[in-house]
Design a protein around this ligand. Structure first.
Ligand code: SF4
Length: 424
């Protein structure tokens, strides 16, 4: 399979590792049995690092079962005082687990190609730091030779909508239409997001089985241009949000902002786990209310009343629009919003989920501004919001369960209102 980086991603995104060690302090790196054996054979690690085990069994490792062990504060046991990985430093990049070599890139297979996306929970990605992405194609290609197995090559393409299956080339044509709207840079991001909803709405009404190949591209082009024209004319309305919708949206705020990917090396007792779980449920319920104290889901969150976060903190600046657009371009251009890499969501559900992510980012930016004592938003608020949500969006297992799908089915009716309320 060939590596494919979408031209819009190549144009907008750069990346070089800054060795901040952020990822090595949060995620648990799942390991294949052969990787565990290879790491064990490199050195007398257990003696050197003064740890009981190099590997831990943890549910976050998924089907692999085991991950690299961590210190109680969440730091990978191989991370040294200079934020460098000991395995990499002493034995070279290729000695590291494949997941570490790939991060922060994400690969999504479709039609014989591997579409490259990037994770915005990596500070170097969110800051657009480093080399042009073309420099990474060769190493990614080499890595894929080890990563891509026949099972991955045989994965089915994403559905377009629940129970709507289309040819891969048709999916890519639709994805290009989404990207065309998203990259209409003369419009505010708020309008472009409304335009994506317009296009999704038009596509929901298409009778796919009656559509021949010759008409397909023309129709998608017409619908795309219609959606662009509609969003240019769109006038936002700040309508009060329905109580049930706001409650369910609060659950999304919670799921996207809680630090689920920060895995520590301390195993809690059953009693502590129950207390923690009850505390999280309480926080999720409180975030569904329009007023009351903001729960401390993130340690840096300020003491504010939820009601303060329901008022606009002013329009998103051009810098915020550009940052969030770059993030969305990496999601769409890398097909990292649907299919096997994204809870098996259809493209339609994936777009709606990305929009809920932007609504959450709008709410989180207000928290970040309130923490800094500002009544307006700046780019740093957008940066903080993306670092927070992108650790969960597509990676936190809670978003893939049945209740999340039902929640999305209900909330999709209110996406326009949410955008008007939280994103301008
Ligand atoms: S989080 Fe990103 S920049 Fe930091 S060490 Fe990991 S890959 Fe490098």
């Amino acid at each position: 399979m060939k590596i494919h980086i979408h031209p819009e991603i190549l144009k907008r995104q750069r990346y070089s590792c800054i060795c901040c060690g952020a990822g090595c302090r949060s995620f648990l790196v799942g390991l294949r049995p052969a990787e565990r054996g290879a790491i064990t054979g490199l050195d007398d690690w257990a003696g050197r690092l003064a740890v009981e085990d190099l590997f831990v069994r943890h549910r976050s490792a998924g089907r692999l079962g085991f991950g690299l062990a961590k210190h109680p504060d969440g730091r990978c046991i191989f991370l040294d005082d200079q934020n460098l990985c000991l395995v990499h430093k002493e034995h070279g990049l290729e000695a590291k687990p494949l997941a570490c070599q790939l991060y922060p890139f994400v690969l999504s297979p479709l039609a014989g190609r591997l579409f490259v996306g990037l994770r915005f929970d990596c500070p170097a990605v969110v800051d657009n730091h480093g080399d042009k992405l073309g420099r990474h194609v060769g190493p990614l290609h080499q890595l894929c030779k080890k990563l891509i197995t026949p099972d991955i090559e045989a994965l089915p393409p994403p559905a377009f909508g629940p129970a709507i299956r289309l040819e891969p080339n048709r999916l890519l044509t639709i994805n290009e239409a989404f990207l065309k709207i998203l990259t209409a840079d003369d419009l505010s991001l708020h309008k472009r997001l409304q335009g994506l909803l317009d296009l999704v709405g038009h596509l929901e009404r298409v009778k796919w089985d009656r559509l021949g190949d010759a008409d397909f591209s023309d129709l998608i082009g017409l619908l795309r241009d219609g959606a662009l024209a509609e969003c240019r004319r769109y006038q936002p309305q700040r309508r009060p949000l329905p109580a049930r919708g706001r409650t369910l949206l609060g659950q999304i705020f919670f799921l996207l902002s809680q630090p689920t990917t920060v895995i520590t090396g301390t195993a809690d007792s059953l009693g502590r786990r129950i207390v923690r779980r009850l505390g999280l449920q309480r926080s999720a319920r409180r975030m569904g209310r329009p007023n009351g104290a903001l729960p401390k889901v993130q340690p840096a969150w300020p003491d504010v009343d939820l009601k303060e976060l329901e008022s606009s903190f002013g329009p998103w600046t051009d810098q915020i629009d550009a940052l969030l657009t770059r993030h969305l371009v990496c999601r769409l251009g890398g097909l990292n919003y649907c299919g096997e890499n994204f809870y098996r969501y259809s493209m339609r559900e994936g777009i709606q989920t990305l929009i809920l992510g932007m609504v959450t980012a709008g709410w989180l930016m207000r928290i970040s501004a309130a923490a800094a004592g500002r009544d307006h938003l700046v780019e740093a608020d957008g940066r903080q919001a993306l670092l927070t949500i992108d650790g969960n969006l597509g990676y936190s297992t809670a978003l893939g369960f049945g209740p999340s799908r039902l929640r999305l089915r209900y909330l999709k009716e209110y996406l326009r209102d949410f955008l008007d309320w939280y994103c301008i």
